[in-house]
Design a protein around this ligand. Structure first.
Ligand code: NAP
Ligand code: MG
Length: 439
């Protein structure tokens, strides 16, 4: 049926007059032109929706900041706990495989179920952390970077540029075997090789007391993947890469980390780093800590699993707020998944459900979107999309530096004319600035 016939057949209802045919044509043309003006994408972005307050913010960010400018092309996966339960967590695996296929994903914070969540969501199983599942499938390294704004000063005043922490997410004490040992026991390390031959090393002879022992391991291919992810990310960000272990004390375990990093750097990255004007720097972990404190920031600090666990909390606290920390999972073969470092902000969500006002900070989630869109734009050679990502970040930072901020930042900002706004007002304030930048 032609458009004209459709219009003719449509009855006028109640008091509303039937729209004139020319009105409909005008509306459609306006829609089309608007659509034309939107930035187009070529490859879909893998979109992983999540839970609670961040799920609410997710939709608002899309409606208020993204879809007015970008003709968003995403492959949508609902990682909200209800749908994970419904699919027996298959949706998480599917979303990770889609990320493998397309190369870039953006993820909303998700609930990792604990005992309290079992009755709340009527769960049949305590599903594993989605981040753990995705990380295992992508074999990735997590990079966390703080977002700096004027008015929120780091506790270390010299840190004027962000320090990105890269944490090796495999092995060591997180996959250990440990035992309590009775007095009179002798503890040994025993390795049985493929031919059945045993090699033994004494750990300790517990002659005069009870004690404890611990067995750790790591895998050379995992360490190599970690090294490559760090070097690639250094090239991506145009920043130096620092790495540190305790190789003087741990002459085989930690030394192997040092050797693998150096070998991969020399063989695969040395020339690329020289061309980019950046450096790889290795030192002892205690020396690294001292240098980090004295530094200005602006580099990637690669950490073994335990160091990364501890140091990332120190660094994020020192920069001011967990709500201003972005996180990206990078696989050794160059697959990227962007997210906020914080959780689902449960306490705010319960307030929201009661109809109370919330002032939840959406900055890290906005930066997850801008990071993913920028990467998609770079890979697909879409300068307009890269430019949009830059402007979205600029508008966000400008809003806070103009004094408009959510409650968490209001408490710590040193700006004189600051104003606390609610979750939605904050996004609208960003939109007002973004509209000017996009005009
Ligand atoms: P959280 O969601 O990070 O929130 C902890 C507290 O930090 C909040 O109550 C809030 O403090 C403050 N906060 C965090 N993000 C904020 C933001 N964007 N704006 C304002 N304040 C913010 O951690 P949680 O409450 O311990 O965990 C909630 C759920 O998130 C859990 O189910 C956990 O499994 C999940 N989680 C998911 C991820 C992930 O998907 N990557 C990471 C961590 C946790 P006030 O209440 O004082 O305002
Ligand atoms: Mg920690």
């Amino acid at each position: 049926m032609t458009k004209f016939l459709r219009w003719q057949n449509k009855p006028a209802t109640g008091l509303r007059r039937r729209k004139r045919y020319s009105d409909i044509c005008n509306e459609e043309r306006f829609e089309e032109e608007n659509q034309m003006a939107k930035i187009q994408m070529t490859t879909p972005l893998v979109e992983m929706d999540g839970d609670e307050m961040t799920r609410v913010l997710w939709q608002w960010i899309k409606d208020i900041l993204l879809t007015p400018y970008v003709d968003l092309k995403t492959e949508y996966y609902d990682l909200g706990l209800e749908y994970r339960e419904k699919t027996k967590d298959q949706v998480t695996v599917d979303s990770a495989n889609a990320t493998r296929k397309y190369g870039v994903a953006v993820k909303c914070a998700t609930i990792t179920p604990n005992a309290a969540r079992m009755p709340e969501y009527n769960l049949s199983q305590m599903w594993k952390s989605p981040n753990g599942t995705i990380r295992a499938i992508l074999d990735g390294t997590v990079f966390r970077t703080p977002i700096l704004v004027k008015g929120v000063e780091p506790y270390i005043p010299t840190w004027t540029a962000p320090i990105t922490i890269a944490r090796h997410a495999y092995g060591d004490v997180y996959k250990n075997t440990e035992m309590k040992v009775k007095q009179g026991s002798k503890a040994e390390l025993v390795v049985t090789d493929a031919e059945g031959k045993e090699t033994r090393e004494l750990i300790f002879n517990f002659e005069d007391t009870d004690g404890i022992i611990q067995g750790l391991h790591n895998k050379n291919n995992s360490i190599a993947g970690f090294a490559r992810a760090c070097f690639n990310y250094g090239l991506d960000l145009h920043q130096d890469v620092w790495f540190a272990t305790k190789d003087t004390i741990s002459k085989k375990y930690d030394h192997t980390f040092k050797d693998i990093f150096q070998e991969i750097f020399d063989k695969e990255y040395k020339e690329k780093f020289e061309a980019a004007g950046i450096e790889y720097f290795y030192t002892l972990i205690d020396d690294a800590v001292a240098r980090v404190i004295r530094s200005h920031g602006g580099y990637i600090w690669a950490c073994k699993n335990y160091d990364g666990d501890v140091m990332s909390d120190m660094v994020s606290t020192a920069y001011g707020s967990l709500a201003m920390m972005t996180s990206v999972l990078v696989s050794p073969d160059g697959i990227y998944e962007y997210e906020a470092a914080h959780g689902t902000v449960q306490r705010h969500y319960y307030k929201y459900l009661k109809g109370e006002e919330t002032s939840t900070n959406s900055v890290a989630t906005i930066f997850a979107w801008s990071g993913a869109l920028r990467k998609r734009g770079e890979l697909d050679k879409l300068p307009e999309l890269v430019d949009f990502a830059d402007k979205l970040e600029k508008a966000t930072i400008q809003t806070i530096e103009d004094g408009v901020m959510t409650g968490d930042l209001y408490l710590i900002s040193k700006l004189e004319n600051k104003q606390k706004v609610n979750s939605k007002e904050f996004l609208e304030a960003i939109q007002a600035r973004l509209a000017k930048l996009m005009a």
